[in-house]
Design a protein around this ligand. Structure first.
Ligand code: ADP
Length: 202
């Protein structure tokens, strides 16, 4: 980092932006195995929040890897840098007053905890999409488990690379035998009970 940089103070802060938006900002961080349902639930939560007139943005693993992180692979260092960059982008979006829906496998507890620490207290809501490996592999939405089992992908989370489950996630959802809508409602209820979004009867 250059020695010749200084922080620029803005004249508008997050709380003022949130006041204009009419709701708080927060980062909802979905973590879990590939195929657990992170992207599906995050997308549907964003749709529900948007219907309610709230301000949102989605950060999704694959999309970020097409752009911001296209230079990164899946080595331990690259995974760490991937999550660090996403944490920085999420921090900016949070500062803009948005409800950020982030869907990343983010297998390392330390990397997720670093993002939590990077954000203001209470602004990181970790949602563990705790679908079992067996259920994820049975879905095999992208055919990646079959490739990993065949040895065509090395270092695949859950197969030959570890997934460290959160110990103190704000919410834990096992999607097996549940509808997407039921999972979405669990997230929405959490945001309501934490006074991040206004209560709405369904
Ligand atoms: P991830 O983002 O965790 O890799 P995806 O959202 O891409 O996972 O894929 C999850 C798959 O599981 C989708 O095909 C989705 O339709 C299916 N699925 C079945 N039940 C649920 C549920 N209750 N919640 C989320 N996804 C579900």
């Amino acid at each position: 980092m250059s020695e010749n940089i200084q922080r620029q103070e803005y004249l508008v802060n997050r709380v003022e932006r949130e006041t204009n938006n009419g709701h708080r900002g927060v980062v909802v961080w979905f973590t879990g195995l590939s195929g657990a349902g992170k992207s599906t639930i995050a997308a549907a939560v964003e749709q529900e929040l948007t219907k309610r007139g709230l301000h949102t943005y989605s950060l999704d693993g694959d999309n970020i890897r097409f752009g911001l992180c296209q230079d990164l692979g899946f080595s331990a260092n690259d995974r760490a840098e991937n999550i660090r960059r996403i944490g920085e982008v999420a921090a900016l979006m949070l500062d803009a007053g948005l409800i950020v829906l982030s869907a990343f496998i983010s297998p390392a507890r330390a990397h997720r905890d670093a993002v939590r620490k990077r954000l203001p207290e209470g602004c990181f809501i970790e949602v563990h999409v705790a679908t079992s490996l067996e259920a994820c592999e049975a879905r095999d939405v992208k055919g990646l488990y079959a490739k990993a089992r065949a040895g065509e992908i090395k270092g695949f989370t859950g197969i030959d690379d570890p997934y460290e489950a959160p110990e103190n996630a704000e919410l834990c959802i096992d999607t097996a035998g549940k509808t997407v809508d039921a999972c979405v409602q669990e997230v929405i209820r959490l945001l309501e009970t934490r006074n991040i979004i206004p209560f709405q009867l369904r």
